[in-house]
Design a protein around this ligand. Structure first.
Ligand SMILES: [Zn+2]
Length: 84
């Protein structure tokens, strides 16, 4: 028996919520990710929660990319000023 994978239904919800972030970041083992996906397919409340978290983490990633892009752009603008 794998201690990292849930057995009972209530335990499974707790387990899924504890591992949601790791799942979204691809940090679970194959067995754990399988168990997570199986639970989401069977459990509507965790599926809702996962959808929400996934949407938030996508939005955050978009923000980070925007910040990175604009700071690169700013550096390029600063350099242009120095060179001209
Ligand atoms: Zn659940």
């Amino acid at each position: 028996m794998n201690a990292d994978v849930p057995c009972g239904p209530e335990e499974a919800c707790d387990w899924a919520m504890e591992h949601l972030q790791a799942f979204l970041h691809g940090e679970l083992t194959e067995d754990q990710a399988d168990a997570f996906r199986r639970h989401l397919a069977a459990c509507e409340s965790c599926l809702d929660e996962a959808d929400l978290e996934a949407a938030v983490s996508r939005a955050l990633q978009r923000c980070n990319m925007t910040v990175r892009a604009s700071s690169t752009l700013r550096m390029r603008i600063v350099r242009l000023h120095v060179e001209s």
